[in-house]
Each structure stands twice: as structure tokens, then as C-alpha cells.
Design a protein around this ligand. Structure first.
Ligand SMILES: *Cc1c(COP(=O)(O)O)cnc(C)c1O
Length: 377
């Protein structure tokens, strides 16, 4: 017998409490009972997004909220500036392309974070309606400097700062209102520790001004329509009822832990994972690492995909490999959402075992010892 262990940067493990809440018999969404759920969830989401703005909820994967943001805030003929430092940065310009939005792309080498000065120069050089970026670029494990970018965009009243925080929200501090983020996007299957199926978007007052003028085609992802419905504790269409009931439970747990403690826990788990991997003699891939996941360089002579496959086949544990140019070169271990200190010890131990199976000549337990020491600091 072997337990299944999920250490991928999405979907992430779901707590027993959330699973049980979602297993309750379904209720209808046009009832007082569900209105009460939505009322509580709306308040909880505002708390988690650190905003007074409404947080819109869609029944889709996270990409739906990315697409929704483009078609609701931009108009025909608009130009967007995209930070592309990985698979998800790439997704931003691909969505723009699908809707005929012209883009300029700041290409960032995989594993590196964007240089805010380069963004500032670019923004001054053109007429951009939006700066599109990831907080945590999950394909490389990089954290982009959102606070610095927010300070730059604040000086451009005609430009929105749109942050894909699908793998960051609830793991990394992104105070939307305080930093003046214009659109903050997330999804249920990352740090919110729910199954996939919910996408979120919160929009600033400045952003709602753009939405008023937007002329791109939209129907399901119509932000104005959804906001109007939410304000009466309704949704425009059938919501993902049981996922929202699960979210109500997750938000309760998160509130009990508290915002500072949630981010401190993620920072501690991230530090311990990094120290553990370094202790095992491995190099980290991201120069500015995200606290949501850790991207690790496969050691000389060992294929990163084999690390991933060995963990899957021999240890019944799912991590993530590398994508595109990083395929075979890196593997990625998650620590976002429903994760605690002993989970990190487990993931480092599993990686040490898998590497030993693949012929890596490190002494077993060095990584685990380093992680354990870091967790006790
Ligand atoms: C997971 C992820 C997405 C995509 O979300 P889906 O739910 O798969 O559509 C987008 N951006 C980032 C940073 C992610 O981690």
C-alpha cells in the first residue's frame, strides 16, 4: 500500500473539511440558503484579495478569468504590454492575439524575474492600455516584483496593472488596494486548495472605468453583468454550487489562521524546500523564487523528467516536470495551499530517494536534515 501524494503546483491537495463540505447534497442556487453562502463567500474573498472591490466568481479554470479580463477591460485597437518569462506569460499574449489586441512583449529569460526599469522604459515608449504579468510564474517558479511594477503603473493613468495571481493568491502577500493592482486574478485549484473549477477576478475602480468603455465581444465572461448579480448575492448563470460551498469552508479555515500567518507559513515552507534541495546538493532554477513552488535544476547527467516519472511510478507522488525549453532540465515541487512543515520533509525525502534510484551520488538525508533545520529556525 502506498498513499497518493500530490505535490504539483496545481491542482493541489484538498482538506478533509473542504471535501466533506462539498460532498453534501446539492442545493439550488436560487434559494435563501445559497444566497447566504454567497454573501459570506463574497466577504471572505474581499478579505483574502485584500480589497474593498467585488471579487467576481466564474465557473471555469483560471484561464477563463485571464480571458475575461482581456475582453472586459480592453477595446479594439488597444495595445498591451506583456511580460513573458514562461508558459503563463506566453498565455497572456496568446489570448490578446485571439482577440486582435496588439501586444509588445518583454521577453524574460526563464528562471529570471522582470527588471522593473525595463518595464518603466517600455511603458514610456508607447501607448499601452494594460501591463499583463504573473505574480508567481508557475512554469519557472519565479516571483515577479509586483509591488515595484505597481508603483510604475500608478504613474500611468491610461494603463492597467493586470496580475495573474492564479498560483500566488493565498500564498504570497498581494494587497490589491494598498499596492493599487487593477485586476487581480486567481483560480480555485492552487493556494485556495479546492478542486479546479472556479476562477476569480477583482477589479479596481480604475479598472471598472476601462470596463465601461470596452467594446470587445463577450457573453459568459461579462464582468458588469456578473458584478450586478453578485451585489444581490446571485450569479448571472448557474454557479459551481458545491465548489462555492467548499470555498466557504476554505475561507473559514484561512480566516482562523489569519493573513499574516498564511503568508509566513508559505514563506517558511518555501525556505525549507529550497534549503532541503540545496542540502541535497541541487541548484535552484529561479533567481527570484516564488513562495508557492520551488523549481529545481536536475543534477548533471540526470533527466529532470525521469525524476518526475520515478516519483510518480515508484512513490505514487505527483510533482511537475519542466515545460518547453526547461523540459528535462528542471522539476518543480509545490508547497501552496493545504501544506504544512512535515509535507516539506516528505517532499525533500522523496526527491532524495528518487535521485538515488537514478544513480545520483548524494548522501541520503542531507536534504531532509537541511529542511528540518530550516523549519526549526
Ligand atoms: C495554473 C496557472 C494558470 C492557468 O490556470 P488554469 O486553471 O489551468 O486555467 C495561469 N497562470 C498561472 C500563474 C498558473 O499557475
Amino acid at each position: 500500500m502506498q498513499k497518493y501524494r500530490l505535490f504539483a503546483p496545481g491542482p493541489t491537495p484538498v482538506s478533509e473539511a473542504a471535501s466533506l463540505a462539498m460532498a453534501q447534497p446539492i442545493i439550488h442556487h436560487r434559494t435563501k440558503e445559497f444566497e447566504k453562502v454567497l454573501e459570506e463567500v463574497r466577504a471572505g474573498l474581499k478579505w483574502l484579495f485584500q480589497t474593498k472591490n467585488e471579487v467576481l466568481i466564474f465557473a471555469s479554470s483560471g484561464t477563463g478569468a485571464m480571458e475575461g479580463t482581456i475582453i472586459n477591460t480592453l477595446s479594439k485597437g488597444d495595445k498591451a504590454l506583456v511580460i513573458d518569462g514562461g508558459k503563463f506569460g506566453e498565455r497572456w499574449w496568446k489570448i490578446c492575439k485571439a482577440y486582435g489586441i496588439e501586444t509588445e512583449i518583454i521577453k524574460v529569460e526563464w528562471g529570471k524575474a522582470v527588471d522593473p526599469q525595463e518595464v518603466e522604459k517600455k511603458l514610456k515608449s508607447g501607448d499601452f492600455r494594460a501591463l499583463l504579468v504573473q505574480a508567481s510564474e508557475s512554469s519557472t517558479g519565479v516571483y515577479h516584483p509586483i509591488e515595484a511594477l505597481a508603483k510604475i503603473v500608478e504613474r500611468h493613468p491610461k494603463t492597467l496593472l493586470v496580475v495573474d495571481a492564479i498560483s500566488a493568491l493565498g500564498a504570497i502577500d498581494l494587497p490589491m488596494d494598498r499596492w493599487k493592482i487593477d485586476v487581480l486574478i486567481s483560480g480555485s485549484q492552487k493556494a485556495m486548495a479546492l478542486p479546479p473549477g472556479l476562477a476569480f477576478a477583482a477589479v479596481s475602480e480604475k479598472g471598472w472605468g476601462f470596463i465601461e468603455k470596452s467594446d470587445l465581444p463577450k457573453f459568459y465572461f461579462d464582468f458588469k453583468k456578473e458584478k450586478k448579480a453578485l451585489e444581490t448575492n446571485q450569479s448571472a448563470y448557474t454557479p459551481a454550487i458545491n465548489l462555492i460551498i467548499g470555498l466557504q469552508e476554505v475561507l473559514k479555515t484561512m480566516k482562523a489562521e489569519g493573513i499574516p500567518a498564511i503568508f509566513e507559513r508559505h514563506a517558511r515552507l518555501a525556505r525549507a524546500t529550497r534549503e532541503g534541495m540545496k542540502g541535497a546538493g541541487l541548484k535552484l532554477f529561479a533567481e527570484s523564487p516564488s513562495n508557492a513552488l520551488t523549481a529545481v535544476c536536475a543534477p548533471e547527467g540526470i533527466d529532470g523528467q525521469k525524476v518526475y516519472k520515478t516519483l510518480q511510478e515508484k512513490y505514487n507522488m505527483t510533482i511537475a516536470g519542466g515545460q518547453d525549453g526547461a523540459k528535462g532540465k528542471i522539476f518543480r515541487v509545490a508547497h501552496l495551499g493545504y501544506f504544512d512543515d512535515l509535507d516539506v520533509v516528505t517532499s525533500v525525502a522523496a526527491v532524495e530517494w528518487a535521485l538515488a534510484d537514478l544513480g545520483y551520488k548524494g548522501e541520503l538525508g542531507r536534504g531532509v536534515a537541511a529542511a528540518m533545520r530550516e523549519l526549526r529556525k
